[in-house]
Design a protein around this ligand. Structure first.
Ligand SMILES: C[S@@+](CC[C@H](N)C(=O)[O-])C[C@H]1O[C@@H](n2cnc3c(N)ncnc32)[C@H](O)[C@@H]1O
Length: 279
């Protein structure tokens, strides 16, 4: 599939999921069915209690990026691929009325759902923007913190995403995202099956490659923390349904896919190596 086709497939898939939110018949509209070990149990009861039901029901992440980083009142936050808006709404409470949170998404149905959730939550320091994470529609050095939840793995152009994230961050700004990563070598056919299981249409990055790409974009203090490592039993039903001999590939699969917290920082202006490197 070409890059454009992959992006169209992602948009179509998440448009369908957004339309299904709030309808009966499925416990959660996840990418991988009703009992998805990736998207389950990510938020505390005290967090979800203050959110509209459909913001919680539309949660499709693989972590809780708002728990990764301390947000300060007055900060500007950007959520890459904001979906139904759960992390935007949680962040809006933390930055308070003097702060601002942008949710960026390319799928019209997700934006409509997020705006409806914003209206129900009665939150005004939030704006949902239409656009792609490969070409962020915000000015240079305008954001204090970038969060994202299981979206960068969907991008066909991860270098552009990381370059754009670096561009819009203020010097000293922080990048705190949750994403799916591959750990070490996995045969390519097995890897593709695993990626389909976790919903990574464009492919997850191997953790060392992710680290290198962040540094190449200019980030420092890069830290990847695989906090939920998946075992063969997590993917067994999906792989078996795809006609794969699960027991045969088990040793190559166990522990090879993880949800990771990924943190990095844009250097302070004074720490720049050249007059242009922090632009
Ligand atoms: C797996 S869902 C995650 C949504 C949300 N972050 C959450 O935790 O529930 C992925 C979201 O990212 C959006 N998305 C995927 N690729 C994108 C891209 N290249 N640019 C903008 N949005 C994108 C999709 O439309 C979808 O809403």
């Amino acid at each position: 599939m070409s890059g454009t086709n992959v992006q169209d497939a992602v948009r179509q898939k998440y448009g369908e999921i957004a339309r299904s939110v709030g309808q009966s018949g499925c416990c959660r509209p996840t990418a991988c069915g009703c009992s998805d070990p990736i998207t389950s149990d990510l938020y505390s009861a005290s967090e979800t209690a203050v959110l509209p039901d459909n913001a919680v029901a539309a949660s499709l992440g693989c972590g809780n990026p708002t728990a990764l980083i301390e947000l300060q009142p007055g900060q500007t936050v950007l959520d890459l691929g904001s979906g139904g808006g759960i992390d935007v709404l949680l962040s809006a409470r933390r930055v308070g009325p003097t702060g601002r949170v942008y949710g960026l998404d390319m799928t019209d149905e997700m934006l409509a759902l997020a705006r409806e959730n914003q209206r129900k939550a009665g939150v005004t320091n939030v704006e949902f923007l239409k656009g792609t994470i490969e070409a962020i529609p915000l000015p240079d050095r305008s954001v204090d913190v970038i969060i994202s939840n299981c979206v960068i793995n969907l991008s066909v152009d991860k270098d552009s995403v990381l370059r754009e994230a670096f561009r819009v961050l203020k010097p000293g700004g922080r990048f705190a995202v949750s994403d799916v990563v591959i750990r070490g070598d996995v045969p390519s056919d097995v890897r593709r099956s695993l990626e389909l299981w976790v919903g990574c249409i464009a492919g997850a990055l191997e953790e060392k490659v992710y680290d290198a790409k962040l540094r190449a974009a200019g980030f420092v203090d890069v830290d990847l923390d695989p906090w939920r490592v998946y075992q063969i039993h997590d993917a067994r039903a999906f792989l078996a349904e795809s006609g794969i001999d699960v027991d045969k590939i088990a040793p190559q699969v166990d522990g090879k896919v993880a949800s990771a917290f990924i943190r990095a920082r844009k250097p302070e202006a004074s720490a720049c190596c050249s007059p242009t490197c922090c632009s």
